[in-house]
Write a protein that binds this ligand. Sequence first.
Ligand SMILES: O=C(O)c1cc(C(=O)O)c2c(n1)C(=O)C(=O)c1cc(C(=O)O)[nH]c1-2
Length: 255
Amino acid sequence: MNKSRTEMLSASDLEAALRHIGETRYHHLHPFQLLLQEGRLSRAQVQAWALNRYYYQSNIPVKDSIILARLGSVELRREWRQRILDHDGSETERGGIEKWIALTDGVGLDRDYVMSGKGILAGTRFAVDAYVHFVRDRTLLEAIASSLTELFSPNVIGVRNKGMLAHYDFISQETLAYFDKRPVQAKRDSDFALNYCLEHADTREKQDAVMDALRFKCQVLWAQLDALHHAYVDPALTPPDAWRPGEAETGREAA
Ligand SMILES: O=C(O)c1cc(C(=O)O)c2c(n1)C(=O)C(=O)c1cc(C(=O)O)[nH]c1-2
């Protein structure tokens, strides 16, 4: 794909290369994502997905706070802080983390258990922690570029929500309310991050670093679904300390 490792790409070629990375490596292609959206998972397997993803959700404002602290101007901080508000909410508005808890409530998991982080898979924790450490340790440009997976999330969210609503009787529009605002927020955030990267990647090395950051982030998402697939598709492979079907259930309506 590389013309030469030293030649600078035009902004439009860099954007095309980034979009190609998403088309070929984003988690919309993951087998567990396909099982989820095609209605081929049990309620317990959907619970495992919701439980583990809470750890990702709850760390998003942590990683955005790290980026915020590294931004060098009022204008950039003003832009970025909106992401933290979206997830942490305010006195008057529910944030994404609270809405994710509504989702885990909706699938019948005990919220204290979910919020405790107990029972999540090591693979989930390692992947999410790697994302937080990446934005702390790499350049600001790489940290911002690692959020570019959000260019592709409106599409996967649409397909996943539609599939889940169609196939699972325990999923309602209300359970999935977390996702109502995400496509608009993701478009706003990823447009900003993309423009930032196109403008600031002013050498071929920086362009390569931006592409590598997006590849890394695709791996963060992919590894989380790998962990779920490994642990919950074959019950024999569930690790000893991981959540097990039936555990931390809130009262199910009498069946
Ligand atoms: O449902 C999804 O498939 C999906 C994907 C992603 C992503 O691409 O990282 C995010 C989200 N959702 C999401 O809800 C979210 O808040 C979010 C923040 C970020 C980020 O890297 O800053 N990605 C994502």
